[in-house]
Design a binder for this molecule. Structure first.
Ligand SMILES: Cc1cc2nc3c(=O)[nH]c(=O)nc-3n(C[C@H](O)[C@H](O)[C@H](O)COP(=O)(O)O)c2cc1C
Length: 206
């Protein structure tokens, strides 16, 4: 990935910075312009009520000052974990040089926001959301295909509404860490932590 932006500055000691969201967006845009596969893919780490961790990939569908949004099945294990313990960490990796970790509280997106996003999805993806009982045992792939076909019949040529058990979560960051590959493993790391209305920044040993 090549970029015209300045390398990650690493100063010792805490200091105040404007907005790590701007830096995140710059890195994401660079990744989109590069030949990175799935630049919006991010690992989502959760822990359930007992503290047991789990991690899986999801896709970033929106990001702004309110947080980082992904969509999923609300009956899935990840959704259950997030209801029991509404904190998560996201991890992006844009090979070979950049990693961003985002940690924070998780809140459901508003129904209208989920409706608006669902309406933009390809029809087959919409039908798939109705047909999938995400993470439940599947007898055969044919069972899934039949479930999709049944949903296609049910909605005919009409609009496919958002399933009641499908929506989004927003990770509201209280910490964002930037890692940039350096020579001889002298990587650059900066962690940004919320500080009142702004953010403070601290360099870390790699
Ligand atoms: C690149 C990639 C992107 C994915 N994006 C999503 C997503 O946005 N939402 C989702 O529910 N699952 C997504 N998945 C599937 C999840 O990784 C996971 O298998 C599924 O959500 C079940 O997770 P759970 O059993 O922990 O709830 C994606 C998988 C990959 C490999």
């Amino acid at each position: 990935m090549r970029s015209s932006r300045a390398p990650l500055a690493v100063d010792s000691g805490a200091k105040h910075m404007k907005d790590p969201l701007e830096r995140f967006n710059t890195w994401l845009e660079d990744a989109k312009k590069s030949d990175a596969e799935e630049p919006t893919a991010m690992a989502l780490a959760t822990a359930d009520a007992s503290g047991a961790p789990s991690v899986r990939m999801v896709l970033l569908k929106a990001v702004d000052r309110r947080g980082f949004v992904f969509y999923t099945n609300l009956d899935s294990p990840k959704s259950g974990a997030l209801r029991a313990n509404p904190r998560a960490e996201l991890c992006f990796f844009w090979a070979p040089r950049h990693q961003v970790r985002v940690r924070g509280q998780v809140v459901p997106v508003a129904p209208e926001e989920a409706d608006a996003y669902f309406a933009t999805r390809p029809r087959l993806s919409q039908l798939g959301a109705w047909a999938s009982r995400q993470s439940k045992p599947l007898g055969s792939y044919g069972e899934l295909e039949r479930a999709v076909a049944a949903c296609a019949l049910r909605f005919g040529i009409g609009k496919v509404p958002r399933p009641p058990n499908w929506s989004g979560f927003r990770v509201v960051p209280d910490q964002i860490e930037f890692w940039e590959q350096g020579q001889f493993r002298l990587h650059h790391r900066v962690v940004c932590t919320r500080d009142g209305e702004g953010w403070k920044e601290q360099a870390l040993f790699p």
